[in-house]
Design a protein around this ligand. Structure first.
Ligand SMILES: *Cc1c(COP(=O)(O)O)cnc(C)c1O
Length: 443
């Protein structure tokens, strides 16, 4: 008999009831029925997400099929503790080669001296960076949610859970830039140990060099969170945070990078590299999943060969999409004198739709995927006040600026003209049918 549900008073009651109904459905299935349901859910998911959607959700990508294959390799359940050549386990002479290959490729892509790749996710990469630079109780400065700062930089996330006191990096809403003179004041007043730059929406590069100069005045480290940007950075088409002065760069590897779900921490500083090495092992990992490392190598090889072309195509698509949306009456956010975007991201103020999450849910039945995000606007919506779009996945599916008017038209039919999303859906599927092979991945 399944265990009866334990009360979860922190989950909203209607959601808790709906979850319970689904739980009871699966509790009643036999093992064979459950495995059939698993297979059915995954194949329906793959058809929807990988074949019939236009995914403009910025925090995702489609993996090279060979990366996906190696991700499922049996090597993933073989732990590999310690340095290659000096492992706790025996039998790893072949597998440990992957660790060396991955480090060398990633160092080459990001022009950096040290790479910590034994990191479960971008969120954990940020925790590693906090642990390497701060002690619990220290102050840090990070982008606020209104400037798309990530929850891991905040009180509710890794920073707060580790015991850091978080204060906002002052942000210039009009220029979508760090307000440097206010940051300097804030830094002198609060004496932070760390300043975190960037978040989950980066329409334009940030002045990392100026932030570093301020950090140096007060003895703080600078961390650039490249979770969304690392594919473009590897392609050399966005800023180079380490060369510009960041002590550390963290990233997720499944967003614009296009690899498996993992994290990386990069630095040129040997002292930080030593701390990160010990945080990874023996600190926070035992088995870090060498299957992910294998997939990461394939993704890194794709970027080595196609990174510049891929990054340029992502940006060209985002700029074309922003223009085409604006031409159809969709509000597009930009910065004074800087245009709509210099990256693969596009942001749409969403007050008129009741927020970015609500607008995204309106688009979903049309097979158009997007998400909510925070913009520094005066309007506060019920949820996020903007919609965030990213072109990294549609670029890999081969869409070009020539297709962006058609993509914008499909979105405008739902968002501006109020057409029923289900009515738009067949046209989204029809457009998507023409783009079923991956570009910018090695054959
Ligand atoms: C997505 C994201 C993360 C977290 O990455 P995961 O790999 O999903 O844990 C961290 N920072 C920023 C800015 C992000 O957008």
């Amino acid at each position: 008999m399944p265990t009866p549900p334990a009360p979860r008073p922190w989950v909203p009651a209607p959601l808790a009831a709906a979850l319970q109904a689904r739980a009871e459905h699966y509790q009643a299935l036999s093992p064979d029925e459950l495995e059939a349901a698993l297979a059915a859910a995954l194949s329906a998911h793959e058809r929807f997400m990988d074949r019939e959607c236009l995914s403009l959700y910025a925090g995702t990508n489609i993996m090279n099929p060979r990366a996906a294959r190696w991700l499922a390799s049996t090597v993933g359940s073989r732990p590999s503790l310690g340095y290659p050549g000096d492992k706790y386990e025996t039998g790893l002479a072949h597998a440990e080669q992957l660790e060396i290959m991955a480090v060398e490729l990633i160092r080459e892509l990001f022009h950096c001296r040290y790479v910590e790749f034994r990191v479960g996710s971008g969120s954990l990469a940020n925790l590693y960076a906090f642990m390497a630079t701060t002690r619990p109780g220290d102050r840090i400065l990070a982008f606020p949610a209104a400037a798309a700062g990530h929850v891991t930089h905040h009180r509710e996330g890794a920073a707060g859970l580790y015991g850091l006191e978080v204060h906002p990096v002052p942000f210039d809403a009009a220029r979508l830039a760090v307000d440097l003179s206010a940051l300097r004041e804030q830094a002198w007043a609060l004496k932070p140990r760390l300043i975190v730059v960037a978040g989950s929406l980066c329409l334009f590069p940030y002045d990392v060099g100026a932030v570093r100069a301020i950090a140096d005045e007060v003895g703080a480290y600078v961390l650039y969170d490249a979770a969304h940007m690392s594919g473009l950075i590897a392609g050399g088409r966005f800023q180079q945070p380490l060369a510009e002065g960041a002590h550390l760069m963290t990233t997720s590897t499944y967003k614009s990078f296009g690899g498996p779900p993992a994290g990386l921490v990069l630095t040129d500083d040997p002292g930080l590299a030593q701390r990160l090495d010990l945080i990874a092992y023996p600190g926070l990992t035992a088995n870090f999943d060498l299957g992910k490392t294998a997939a990461l190598i394939v993704a890194a090889l794709d970027l080595k060969e196609y990174g510049p072309a891929y990054a340029a195509a992502c940006i060209a698509n985002a700029q074309a999409l922003a223009e085409a949306l604006a031409a159809r009456g969709v509000p597009v956010h930009g910065a004074a004198g800087r245009g709509f975007t210099a990256s693969h991201h596009v942001a749409l103020p969403a007050y008129r739709w009741g927020g970015g999450t609500r607008a995204s849910r309106q688009l979903e039945p049309a097979n158009l995927l997007a998400s909510g995000i925070g913009l520094p606007l005066p309007e506060i919506a019920r949820d996020f006040n903007a919609v965030r779009l990213g072109t990294q996945e549609i670029t890999r599916w081969g869409l070009t600026p020539a297709e962006m008017p058609a993509v914008a038209e499909l979105m405008a039919r739902v968002l501006v003209r109020g057409e029923a999303p289900k009515q738009v859906r067949p046209d989204v599927v029809a457009l998507r049918r023409g783009f079923q092979t991956l570009h910018y991945v090695r054959a």
